[in-house]
Design a binder for this molecule. Structure first.
Ligand SMILES: [Zn+2]
Length: 377
């Protein structure tokens, strides 16, 4: 995908204009976490959310948010995968988290309640099957429909610690849960995550069996290498990686090595490119580096996407999984992005690298939609 075609300014303008209206799917946002733990009213525009955070210093991204529901609409990002997230920490685990799985479960139920309130307000709509997906896409593709369309969301669980036992998955499925990443950071109850090592074990394999039975998508993101390979060996359902970049470009266990990317491609997975600066450019130091100084812009994401395309030999296995509200904001994301609506810059950047309009459609939405249509057929 590196055939640089020379293009006249006029043709380029036409491309840019055509691309501007593309529908975008973002496969990873932590919306409910921002609503409840960051106390952000996401029905307000980003500028308003940030203005209200002036002077707050309790979190590094105060006043630097880039995600809100109006800004998703502005960017024509009509479908997202939105998480529930709550960690359990055993005694001695230094990571932040709940002291019992029951507390973590309760946290996720509060998050679900926020999504339900957004649905009741007409701000969001839950997508759970092919019927609701196609109905939602028709609404967003219809240029004559009102511009305050609800943002569609597919409910996902990032880290499975909060499932008190695998039996809770059935209740979660009934509430609309359609994807589970068994691990997050550190050691987990069902799998080992980023910066941890080790296998999933009996509980993790039981979780995978129940996920397969319920047709819940396995999100391979955050699985440590041992657990990653064990999960792929024991799970026969649909696998994606909602937000993951490439280890060969930024060497960290959070990223996928080429062998892992190839295994995911073999499974028909789609991998969402993430816009967290430390996963994009090598040498990032949290709290010290700044995006401009590190040359971290949206074009860097294209390097990661392109690397996966080169391994696959096509553009069918990548998409966007921005993670743009994952406990960071403008201080740790591409400097040429002011709000998530600026994801609309990506089509032109991809075009400049020689990606065809069909490739670009695949990357901005087509691959996620094809994956979902197959998973839910
Ligand atoms: Zn994550």
């Amino acid at each position: 995908m590196e055939n640089d075609l020379p293009r006249s300014p006029v043709v380029h303008l036409i491309f840019t204009f055509k691309f501007f209206i593309l529908f975008i799917v973002d496969a990873h946002l932590d919306l409910s976490m921002n609503a409840l733990e960051w106390n952000r009213d996401l029905v307000k525009p980003v500028a308003e959310i940030n203005a209200r955070e002036a002077g707050l210093t309790d979190k590094p991204d105060r006043g630097k948010a880039v995600v809100s529901l109006p800004d998703l609409r502005k960017g024509n990002i009509g479908l997202v995968v939105a998480t529930q997230i709550a960690r359990y920490v055993a005694l001695g685990n230094p990571l932040p988290g709940w002291h019992s799985p029951a507390q973590a479960w309760a946290q996720t139920q509060g998050q679900l309640a926020w999504y339900r309130a957004m649905e009741a307000a007409g701000e969001m709509v839950q997508i759970t099957d092919s019927h609701s997906l196609e109905r939602h896409l028709r609404l967003w593709m219809d240029d004559s429909s009102p511009q305050d369309r609800p943002v569609g969301y597919i409910l996902s669980l990032e880290g499975a610690d909060s499932l008190i036992d695998p039996g809770y998955l059935e209740k979660a499925w009934a509430d609309g849960l359609r994807a589970v990443g068994p691990a997050h950071y550190g050691p987990g109850r069902y799998a080992q995550g980023t910066d941890a090592t080790g296998f999933m074990g009996a509980a993790g394999r039981e979780l995978l069996r129940q996920m397969e039975r319920l047709n819940i998508i396995l999100d391979a993101t955050h699985l440590c290498d041992d657990s990653f390979w064990e999960a792929l060996d024991h799970f026969n359902g649909h696998v994606w990686a909602s937000h993951n970049n490439c280890r060969s470009l930024v060497n960290h266990n959070r990223q996928f090595g080429d062998d892992m990317i190839r295994a995911l491609i073999d499974r028909g997975a789609v991998i969402g490119g993430a816009l967290d600066a430390w996963m994009m450019v090598p040498g990032w130091v949290r709290g010290k580096s700044d995006p401009r100084g590190m040359n971290c812009n949206l074009d860097v994401l294209v390097d990661h996407l392109d690397h996966i395309c080169q391994l696959a030999g096509n553009s069918l296995h990548i998409g966007i999984g921005s993670d743009l509200d994952g406990a960071f904001g403008r201080e740790q994301c591409p400097y040429d992005l002011e709000t998530i609506a600026d994801l609309q810059s990506l089509p032109a950047l991809l075009g400049r690298r020689g990606y065809s309009p069909a490739d670009i459609d695949n990357i901005m939405h087509g691959n996620w939609l094809r994956f979902l249509r197959k998973a839910w057929s």
